[in-house]
Design a protein around this ligand. Structure first.
Ligand code: GLN
Length: 280
């Protein structure tokens, strides 16, 4: 009679990890390509040693707080899978509001769209994917971010133009029908920067190292000369930055200035119509 060494089953491995179900499903899916129901049917199967080893490395990193999206290299946004890595902010569901508002305001035909501070590219690429006629430019000051945006553009919308630029600097006199941005808007001393996933995300994608509104002021100030008259500027901001954002927009001559709430009922996006281009 043969002696069979006791094997670790997938279910044992999952239970021993101390991770919650969502994390276990995400890591199993990443390592084995298994869907969410897979563990129910195969929980008593023995897990191969190599799977156990790779799972345990990722589980340890997760227990130390690393965001699950950096461990799997993937995050869904607007029903599309995007590649993510520690060089970019992890997509947040509330940013879908910005995409929805932009889609509702796109002029017909082949609108020109600019996404400022694109990071992993989710906003620009989702807009280009939803509106295939759009001519979309996505800029970022981080070469690492643009490399990841390039991977995502290749996956979903290769027609997107990527540009290395510190806000408007490399744009010349290019003009657009719509400008969107999810800039770094967290105030420099906000305690959230030292908590949760944010500890692992690029600080430069989260905070302006000032009052949280510095990049919003820069984006609003430059928008009129880069928007066709009547073009929309829409940007994401913090739950407590709606009033300040509207003031900045109104002072720059924008009309129809408004703030929209995310699914949690929090102020999340503000925007307005660009003043008519100045002559000369
Ligand atoms: N919404 C993010 C957060 O609060 C911040 C994203 C940003 O600064 N653009 O975690």
């Amino acid at each position: 009679m043969f002696y069979t060494a006791p094997m670790l089953t997938y279910q044992n491995l999952a239970s021993q990890s101390g991770l919650d179900r969502a994390d276990i499903h995400a890591l199993f899916g990443h390592l084995g390509g298994f869907g969410r129901a897979w563990l129910i049917a195969h929980g008593d199967d023995p897990a191969p040693d190599e799977f156990v080893a790779r799972f345990n490395v990722l589980a340890e990193r997760r227990r130390n707080g690393e965001p699950i999206a950096y461990l799997t290299g993937e995050k869904e946004f607007f029903s599309l899978p995007f590649s993510v890595a520690p060089g970019v902010l992890i997509p947040r569901p509330e940013t879908e509001l910005l995409v929805e508002l932009a889609l509702e305001r796109l002029p017909a035909g082949a609108p020109r769209i600019l996404d400022m501070g694109t990071g992993s590219g989710i906003i620009a690429i989702t807009l280009a994917h939803e509106c295939t006629g759009a001519r979309v430019t996505a800029l970022d000051a981080s070469p690492a971010a643009l490399a990841i945006a390039g991977i995502n553009a290749a996956r979903h919308a290769p027609q997107v133009t990527l540009l290395l630029s510190d806000w408007y600097q490399a744009l010349g006199d290019a003009q657009f029908d719509l400008i969107v941005s999810n800039p770094p808007y967290i105030e420099q001393h906000d305690p959230h920067l030292a908590q949760g996933d944010l500890r692992f995300e690029p600080r430069s994608a989260l905070t302006d190292e000032a009052d949280g509104l510095a990049h919003i002021r820069t984006i609003v100030a430059g928008a009129p000369s880069h928007l066709h008259g009547g073009g929309w500027l829409l940007f994401e901001h913090g739950y407590d930055q709606g009033e300040a954002s509207r003031s900045i927009l109104a002072a720059a001559g924008f009309s129809a200035v408004q703030t929209w709430q995310d699914l949690a009922g929090l102020d999340r996006v503000s925007g307005g119509l660009a003043p008519a281009s100045r002559a000369g």
